[in-house]
Design a protein. Sequence first.
Length: 444
Amino acid sequence: MHDWSGKRVTVMGLGRFGGGLAVTRYLARRGATVLLTDLADEQALAGPLKQLKPLIDQGKVRLRLGTHEPVDFTAADTVVANPAVPKPWENRYLNAAREAGVPITTEIQLGIDYLDPSRIIAVTGSAGKSTTSAMTHAALVAASMPTILAGNIGTSILDRLDDLTEDTISVLEISSAMLHWLQGFAPAVAVVTNCTENHTDWHGSFDHYQASKRSILAHQPPGAAAILDETLADWSSQPGVQQTILTHSDRIERCTTPGAHNARNAVFAVAAATAVLNQCRITADQSTITQAVREFPGLPHRLSLCHEANGIRFYNDSKCTVPGATLLAISALSETIDPSRIHLIAGGYDKGSDLQPIADLASSLSGLYTIGVTGKHLADTASSNAAYCVDLDSAMRTIMQRTKPGDAILLSPGCASWDQFTNYEQRGDRFRDLAVALTEPAKC
């Protein structure tokens, strides 16, 4: 599907933070006539649309915003669906395309078609997959391997095609939604960091979510490697696949990124990098790989120390969108900070996850400050030390009236951001900006 000249392609979903940008540019530059359709209107999509303006002005990309029209799906040569579209098997527009015999694909599938499967490391999991992917990439860079980092982490493979050589190793963070769409995906190394309830709003059930995660193992060839958390030891691999089970005691100490969970992410990363290098018959210094992972500075919005003032530390963990990740963040900070000195901000868009574990934290913390759609229920189910603050600005103002030197303020929502923010990056940036603004000396 690399010849797009003269093809009529409907791209379903630009997304407020540009999830459909890369594939739209890719198709238009290869001669396709692209119709970009999104239920959001022009104002809501102003940011990503600005990046497409030259292609729109040239007539290479047409827009259908604020609605979808069935004919755009039935009269196309191909439909490219954004993985963010929930329950795509129920979507009436995608079903109309299927009934009309129009092939449906996704941006990640188009990108993977360019890659050598024997040089793909694919990382998935309910938590830790972004950090593990980035650590793995850092290890391969330290080993002087040509490598790209792409997928759900925010960079499209289609934007990295010029960087690919026959020696390139591709490290891909793969979401459950992406895995649902991928056909015959057979990575040389498959990593599953964990699997807990998540994204039931998209999948409809935990069983469907788990089945999508497990599909990463379904087509691996003999000689491939599967690296799994010990809770997934019963996930069967294909015959001839080398399966490695990492226990919760496996960890790489003295990592720059805080917390026992990141010490475990580091083990996954070293194991993945080592496995692909072995498969490529490349000898690399193990100490170099381990040290690169140990020194990995962390990813933005993932339990990063974003500000410190007046003896108070502000930790931005906005990427945390599942309750389990919130618990991991509290556990990580508790290694060096008394939990009774931690002020936790949690809540947001309702993905259907069980938030009771977050509510149960409240009694051991200095305070739980809840925001967003899930905020009121979260505060109501906590036994004590919880305040429903509606939004992030209000939560930060409330906290700043209660803090003292030695305290830590942690944004680790356990929920997606879409009820009050465009994305988790915007939420994290707002937290950082508020931290700075609320600790600056008053200006007369």
